[in-house]
Write a protein that binds this ligand. Structure first.
Ligand SMILES: O=C(O)c1ccc[n+]([C@@H]2O[C@H](COP(=O)([O-])O)[C@@H](O)[C@H]2O)c1
Ligand SMILES: Cc1cc2nc[nH]c2cc1C
Length: 337
């Protein structure tokens, strides 16, 4: 059965957002203060452990079954010359993921994450959104449900990533339509677009905004008009993870842009999400600020494909290992004041 049977079902899911387990959060916070360190001295590593406890509903959260899902999609707008690479690279990189030769294969292995690669209709690019909606309702729903399908029972953490030539154009358009501003506020080089081509890219985004802005009245409609299948899948995965109480690690600019249409109407959607890193794409810092998310890392990464999320998963693992394994002041015989 599909997680989201209709746009109305998706909208209904957004108005009943689950809360974290307050008792597990409180127990984890209390334990942090008994561990052999000045209270608060592990900084955000302490917050991460408490966050994970709340969403897993466990005083001692774990990372036994952790997955990174990389969604891939192709974009009609790529024909407008908005990327430094041809659309064929999307499918070529999916083959690379399957053979194990991409950055995400290495980084997922290093972080102990299982990799799920989900290409969605790569031979059927979305419609060029400068001339009409990127997707029809059925395509958009199918992509939401492809995203929801990666939320399998028993997941301790879901890291999200994407691959799609042209998708930094879609991401910038989603940010502007959801959070305001023009192309200039959100556009950036993506895979390496500079100079006159970057001006062309901004023009494409502003054209799309002018065409679609009156319809930017609900998350589904914004995603359908300006998104792409891999982007919509990320939105579906984030909502399904919330329903299942699974904490999420968001990768870079495109991943964050996928939830901007939801956050514009339901800001609490970010509550079960950690921003893995702040990417070098210039709009990402602004987006994280608008979403109210503080990135765990800032490494000048701008690869996508879940790479930043995989690196940050290593930090989550460090946080949970310290939380579970450290001695208390009492057990270690260390004076606590
Ligand atoms: O994650 C990011 O912040 C990020 C920033 C710039 C580019 N990317 C990746 O590059 C692709 C999009 O760039 P472009 O130029 O084709 O729009 C897509 O496959 C993304 O995964 C990703
Ligand atoms: C080679 C390449 C790898 C990627 N991974 C995510 N986006 C990408 C874009 C390109 C161009």
């Amino acid at each position: 059965m599909s997680a989201f049977a209709s746009p109305a079902a998706f909208a209904a899911a957004l108005i009943r957002l689950r809360a974290p387990d307050a008792a597990a959060r409180a127990a984890a916070a209390a334990r942090q203060d008994t561990l052999t360190k000045p209270p608060g001295s592990l900084g955000r590593l302490e917050e991460v452990a408490i966050f994970m406890a709340g969403w897993q509903g466990r005083d001692t959260p774990r990372l036994e079954q952790a997955r990174v899902a990389v969604f891939a999609g192709n974009h009609g707008v790529a024909a407008r010359g908005v990327s430094a690479f041809p659309s064929a690279v999307t499918a070529q990189m999916v083959t690379n993921y399957r053979r194990g030769g991409a950055a995400i294969n290495a980084l997922a292995e290093a972080a102990g994450l299982e990799l799920a690669v989900v290409p969605i209709d790569l031979d059927r690019p979305t419609h060029d959104f400068t001339t009409g909606p990127a997707m029809d309702e059925a395509d958009c729903l199918a992509a939401l449900n492809a995203g929801a399908a990666v939320v399998v029972p028993g997941l301790d953490l879901l890291a999200l990533g994407e691959m799609g030539i042209g998708n930094s154009t879609a991401a910038a358009a989603l940010c502007a339509a959801s959070l305001g501003g023009t192309a200039a506020d959100w556009v950036g080089p993506g895979t390496g677009v500079r100079g006159a081509a970057l001006s062309t890219k901004a023009g494409v985004i502003d054209t799309a905004l002018a065409l679609h802005w009156p319809a930017a009245t609900a998350p589904f409609e914004i995603l359908r008009r300006l998104g792409g299948r891999e982007i919509v899948a990320i939105a579906g995965a984030v909502v399904a993870a919330r329903q299942a109480g699974v904490p999420v690690l968001l990768d870079g600019f495109i991943c964050g842009a996928a939830i901007a249409p939801i956050a514009a109407f339901h800001p609490a959607i970010v509550d079960h999400c950690l921003a893995a890193h702040c990417s070098a794409e210039p709009g990402h810092a602004r987006l994280l600020d608008r979403l109210g998310l503080q990135p765990l890392l800032s490494l000048d990464m701008r690869l996508g494909e879940g790479s930043g999320a995989a690196v940050a998963a290593g930090l989550v693992r460090a946080s949970l290992t310290a939380h579970a394994r450290m001695s208390t002041f009492t057990d270690a015989g260390v004076s606590s004041r």
